[in-house]
Design a protein. Structure first.
Length: 142
């Protein structure tokens, strides 16, 4: 078993590039914390990004304190591996729809007409992009 606070490793990046859900928790928010499952993408520079509505609770909490954490775990049946990252989050006005389209293709079968319609509906909404820059990375692998 390994648990440490080092930057993302190649094994971490492999896990984070899979279509898994992350659990996102803003630093500011209810007590006890109430993480929410989210789609996400690992960027080439090691940040994690997701999209959300500009008036969402996530954004409102980030205005109070621009820090958050995300946890991603390998599915049951695989060797144990989880990665938790925490750090500052930027709320970006650009790129959210492009990210939503990429993530929909990653998480959904867009050849399914129902999912293709779901994507059309998703892209009709207003979104911002949240970019978490990891300052602390914790993991367990065994």
């Amino acid at each position: 078993m390994s648990t440490d606070r080092s930057p993302l490793t190649a094994e971490d990046a492999d896990l984070l590039r899979r279509p898994l859900h992350a659990f996102f928790t803003p630093a500011s928010g209810p007590v006890p914390p109430q993480p929410r499952p989210v789609w996400f993408e690992l960027t080439d520079d090691g940040a994690l990004q997701l999209f959300t509505g500009p008036q969402s609770l996530k954004v409102r909490h980030l205005r109070d304190d621009p820090r958050a954490s995300m946890v991603v775990a390998a599915p049951v049946g695989e060797r144990e591996h989880w990665v938790a990252v925490s750090g500052p989050v930027a709320v970006e006005a650009d790129g959210a729809h492009e990210l939503a389209a990429r993530l929909a293709a990653r998480y959904w079968d867009l050849d399914d007409p129902a999912r293709a319609r779901d994507l059309e509906g998703l892209l009709a909404e207003d979104y911002v992009r949240l970019v978490l820059r990891p300052q602390t990375v914790r993991r367990t692998i065994f």
